[in-house]
Design a protein around this ligand. Structure first.
Ligand code: F3S
Length: 279
């Protein structure tokens, strides 16, 4: 059995930056709370809890007048509400998410409908939509013309795959271009997502089995598993304990590993050790 990790794997710059900022703040200021989990990974949330960083589901649940905003960001309404209550904000919003928020705001202010290609229930998407106000909608299916203004801007959730975004934009053009006056497309897929996906696919093509490590609630991890499963037998696992040795029966040995942007190194290392133990 040969085990190979993807060239780009695990924590992205945005997640690493958010965790560093919060750990530093907790060290200086004492116990803190994040609005929702800092990233979609239970091991990271548990580790931060041991440093005194816990999760609040709303501003009403804050125990102190300090709020940490996660790398997924929030809409401006949340910031305004926190500021009006005199709450200090530690904002770890990823710069790539901030770029998508800025694009949504600019397009909405210029009178465009803002279509965000992504999961309407994901926190990042909800935050970006907050910047588009009444003009925003999130979807993975081309919306009907009745929901759009004559001028339309399309953005993507930062963790979508480029082929999926490309296909959405193409379908949109095919369906609506004749009737809209202006279309702007802003590619807001983040660089880390692109690099993770490219490295995962490159490895998947050379592997007999792919393991994708990370939370089932993590959008970018799910996307990696979807992409890899198109080219090779792929298993999405959260931890090493979920590995089933029967997955490798009859396979002649090259196992590829990739992991989502919120998966810590320790969890990836445990997967490698468990596989090493099966050799
Ligand atoms: Fe940011 Fe992309 Fe990571 S949006 S948090 S660098 S997956």
């Amino acid at each position: 059995m040969r085990i190979e990790k993807a060239a780009e794997i695990g924590f992205c710059t945005g997640v690493r930056r958010a965790i560093d900022m919060i750990e530093k703040a907790a060290g200086e200021m004492g116990p803190l709370q994040t609005l929702g989990p800092i990233v979609h990974n239970q091991q990271v949330v548990d580790k931060l809890a041991s440093c005194g960083v816990t999760v609040a589901d709303s501003l009403d649940q804050l125990k102190r007048d300090i709020l940490c905003i996660s790398s997924h960001g929030v809409g401006p309404q949340v910031i305004d509400e926190a500021e009006s209550r005199g709450i200090k904000i530690i904002d770890t919003t990823c710069p790539f998410v901030r770029r998508a928020q800025g694009a949504a705001k600019k397009l909405a202010n210029a009178g465009f409908s803002v279509v965000v290609f992504g999961d309407e229930n994901h926190r990042e998407v909800q935050g970006v939509l907050g910047y588009a106000g009444e003009k925003g909608l999130a979807t993975v299916k081309v919306p009907p013309f009745s929901k759009l203004s004559p001028r339309v801007g399309i953005l993507s959730q930062t963790t979508q795959s480029f082929p999926a975004f490309h296909s959405f934009v193409s379908s949109f053009i095919q369906k609506h271009l004749e009737r809209i006056a202006e279309l702007r497309v802003v590619n807001t897929i983040c660089d880390a997502t692109r690099k993770h996906q490219e490295a995962a696919l490159e490895l998947a093509k050379r592997s007999d089995v792919m393991l994708v490590v990370g939370s089932r609630g993590s959008a970018n991890t799910k996307r990696l598993a979807e992409l890899c499963s198109v080219v090779v037998d792929t298993h999405h696992i959260e931890t090493a304990r979920e590995i089933d040795p029967s997955w490798f029966t009859g396979k002649d040995g090259h196992i590829g590993i990739t992991a989502g942007a919120s998966t810590p190194d320790e969890v990836i290392d445990e997967v490698v050790s468990r596989l090493d133990g099966m050799k």
